[in-house]
Structures are given as structure tokens and as C-alpha cells.
Design a protein around this ligand. Structure first.
Ligand SMILES: N[C@@H](CCC(=O)N[C@@H](CS)C(=O)NCC(=O)O)C(=O)O
Length: 222
């Protein structure tokens, strides 16, 4: 049985969990919060979450895990069949992660963990997010799913990362850059929120919120 190690409040954890649910691959979850504990570093070299325990060993990095799942469990594919469409799917994922999530992450300290982001960081993040959102809008209109008419890996990524753009920019910049830059994405998130897999993620995140609050409190004391 595969074991997904991480926590329900993590967007990267939920990306992999969505893929497992959508692919109908059985798995169990093991609750793990960020740490540099040697036992965790032995399983996830950077101590990043999530990581996947398989019968062959552990795998870290959510995108690597998604690609492993696609290779190991080809039934219920999450990528299109043509090489070009697969590349375009991964291009969407790269935009979502490199040019949106990794950028907005610089605001999480202030948005969620009681920290303060420097003014120059806020200015830079806003500039880069506007650019990243424009790039995403050049590749999808969110008419149905992110990459066309069916649910794909790019949806597993968009569903978990795009709300972070909204939440963190609202909290730190006082404006929802997602709503301003890509209003169709807000409608898409609302539509997809009724999907069974997405509802399960949301319910699990809610159920784990006291555990997450305890982690945030521990983190603030460090
Ligand atoms: N590139 C990694 C990013 C994962 C990531 O940043 N996870 C966060 C939790 S949402 C984490 O482990 N943070 C702790 C740390 O960076 O040490 C992936 O795709 O899995």
C-alpha cells in the first residue's frame, strides 16, 4: 500500500492526494509536518513534504511523484496521450508552480504564520504574480478544465495553488490578484469545488485544521 506522508493543510500534499484519488490508486496518509529530523531527511532529502512511501523506497517532490504515479498506474491517466499535449500540460504545471506558487510563497510568512514581509518583497511579488497570471491566461481560458475538456494533472496543480494566490495576496497586499488578473480562474475553482475528489480534500483539510493550528503555533515560537 502506498503511503503519502505530509499534512492536509499543504497545497503540495493535496496536489498528490488529488492525483491518487482521481487515479483511483489506494493509499494511506501518514501525518508529517515540516522538520529537519534525520529520520525524515532519510526519506525526503530536503525534508520537503509530501513524500511517498512505495514498496521500492520513498520519493520526494510532488511533480516527480505525479509522474511516477502515471508510470506505475497507467489506468485512469492524468495526462493527455499525444506528446505535444502532454508537454503543454507540463508547461501549465511549470507556470503554476515556478511563476505563481513559488512567487506567492514569499508572502506566506505574513499571510499565515504571523511574520512580516519586507516592502520590497511585496512589490517584487506583486510584479511577478501579475506577469505569471498573464502567462497562464495566454495558455488557458478555464472554459472547462485547465487543459481542455477533461480533468488532468494540470487541474491537480491549479486547484491547490490558485487559491493560495488569492488568499495570500488578499491578506498581505489587500487585493486579490487572481480575481483581478484571471477572473475566469475564480469561476473555475468554484465549479471544481463540487467535484468529489476536491470535496474530500477540503473536508480533510478542515478536519485537520486544529492539528495545523498547533503546528502554526509551534512554528511561531521557533
Ligand atoms: N518542490 C516541492 C515543494 C514542497 C513544499 O514546499 N512543501 C512544503 C509544505 S507545503 C514544505 O515541505 N515546507 C517545509 C520546508 O520547506 O522545509 C514539491 O513539489 O514537493
Amino acid at each position: 500500500m502506498l503511503r503519502l506522508c505530509g499534512f492536509a493543510g499543504s497545497n503540495y500534499h493535496n496536489k498528490v492526494k488529488l492525483a491518487l484519488i482521481e487515479k483511483q490508486v489506494p493509499f494511506e496518509e501518514v501525518s508529517q509536518y515540516p522538520t529537519q529530523d534525520p529520520a525524515v531527511l532519510a526519506e525526503s532529502p530536503m525534508g520537503k513534504l509530501p513524500y511517498l512511501r512505495t514498496s521500492d523506497g520513498t520519493i520526494a517532490e510532488s511533480q516527480v511523484i505525479l509522474d511516477y504515479l502515471e508510470d506505475a498506474f497507467p489506468a485512469h491517466p492524468l495526462y493527455p496521450s499525444s506528446p505535444f499535449a502532454r508537454a503543454r500540460n507540463r508547461e501549465l504545471i511549470a507556470i503554476l508552480e515556478l511563476h505563481l506558487e513559488l512567487v506567492v510563497r514569499r508572502l506566506y510568512g505574513e499571510a499565515f504564520f504571523g511574520g512580516t514581509a519586507a516592502e520590497d518583497v511585496k512589490v517584487e511579488v506583486e510584479r511577478l504574480l501579475i506577469r505569471g497570471l498573464k502567462a497562464l491566461g495566454r495558455r488557458t481560458d478555464f472554459a472547462a478544465f485547465v487543459a481542455g475538456d477533461s480533468f488532468t494533472a494540470a487541474d491537480c496543480v491549479a486547484i491547490v495553488h490558485l487559491p493560495m494566490v488569492s488568499m495570500a495576496t488578499k491578506a498581505v497586499l489587500g487585493r486579490d490578484l487572481l480575481a483581478e488578473g484571471l477572473p475566469a480562474a475564480k469561476d473555475y475553482l468554484k465549479r471544481l469545488s463540487t467535484r468529489e475528489s476536491v470535496q474530500r480534500i477540503a473536508a480533510d483539510r478542515k478536519a485537520a485544521s486544529p492539528e495545523f493550528a498547533a503546528y502554526v503555533a509551534r512554528r511561531a515560537k521557533r
